[in-house]
Design a protein around this ligand. Structure first.
Ligand SMILES: [Zn+2]
Ligand SMILES: [Zn+2]
Length: 312
């Protein structure tokens, strides 16, 4: 037998076994998810659209606080100390955030979630019901859900970029957006520390634009909101941590004010609002860390006296 055939006889059955196991697991998981959704929909929720929508709000709002628990502990205690070296603004960001400032942030975030989030959430329901798809008994297929998520990402890129640029016009900045920029070195929950008008215009509207546009299913919409919540929290946490997506971009926006307005970078490239970022050392550090070495050690900034001092 030729060596290629020998290799083929070993690799093909192995590859097929992996493929069949993976597809089998996905099909099994899909069936389980469908069974769970059918049960929730018919037995538990009793097909009550308003009740399910309340569950949606409670789960997605609670997710914000649950996801940020670890970051909050780190901000309030400076522990575990070995994570402090991952701060993006090494000298500017304090190891421990002032408690009064932290709890002011908590109050503003809760106000936005409750006073703005709840009415917005319930006003949205008739619109989503009109679009259809929200409470379909059949779950969307994986490709269908992924396509919706891709469209939601594009919608938030457009919606957030342009509303954010509007908020940087002098009138809107002074009146609304400067509150969000009180955090020059942001913390994770400061992602929705902002004026209620900004929360409505620049956070909630672009977030729901995708699910409305696509007539997304309840489960896709919930996954999308939780994904965006996690992404916004990581973008603001101020720590470039191993294995997490790089957050050098939005942290740069908070430190420099007039660079990087969008979440994906597509419109920033189109409008040239990332030129200074691209010329900075932070652009070179804009990648996911796969080891334990901090980004500022991997890509040192020779011109920064602050970082030299920390490295020594
Ligand atoms: Zn921000
Ligand atoms: Zn801004």
């Amino acid at each position: 037998m030729a060596s290629e055939e020998v290799l083929h006889s070993f690799t093909m059955p192995a590859a097929e076994a992996v493929r069949n196991t993976t597809l089998g697991a996905l099909a099994g998981a899909g069936t389980d998810l469908q069974d769970t959704w059918t049960w929730v929909y018919t037995e538990w929720a009793g097909e009550d659209a308003l009740f399910l929508w309340t569950v949606f709000f409670l789960i997605t709002s609670s997710f914000f606080w649950i996801f940020n628990l670890g970051f909050n502990f780190l901000e309030l205690t400076g522990q575990p100390a070995y994570l402090l070296k991952y701060r993006i603004q090494l000298k500017q960001k304090p190891a421990v955030v002032d408690r009064a400032v932290f709890f002011k942030c908590v109050r503003t975030v809760l106000h936005n979630q409750l006073a703005i989030g709840i009415p917005f959430h319930y006003c949205l329901l008739p619109l989503l019901l009109w679009r259809g798809g929200l409470y379909d008994r059949a779950l969307p297929s994986l490709p269908y859900a992924l396509f919706d998520l891709a469209m939601c990402s594009l919608a938030i890129e457009v919606g957030f970029y342009y509303t954010h640029r509007l908020l940087h016009l002098p009138y809107f900045y002074r009146k609304y957006h400067k509150i969000h920029h009180e955090w020059r070195s942001p913390i994770s929950i400061s992602s929705i520390y902002c004026h209620p008008f900004e929360y409505w215009l620049s956070n909630l509207l672009p977030l729901v634009a995708g699910p409305i546009l696509m007539g997304s299913h309840f489960t896709t919409a919930m996954f999308w909101v939780m994904l965006s919540t996690a992404s916004g929290s990581i973008a603001h946490c101020g720590y470039h941590l191993p294995l997490l997506p790089s957050n050098e971009t939005h942290d740069y926006h908070h430190s420099q004010f007039n660079q990087i307005y969008g979440p994906l970078g597509i419109l920033d490239t189109l409008h040239g609002t990332n030129r200074r970022f691209k010329a900075s050392v932070h652009f070179l550090r804009h990648f996911t860390l796969t080891g334990s070495t901090p980004a500022y050690v991997l890509v040192p900034d020779k011109s920064s006296k602050d970082e030299q001092t920390v490295t020594e």
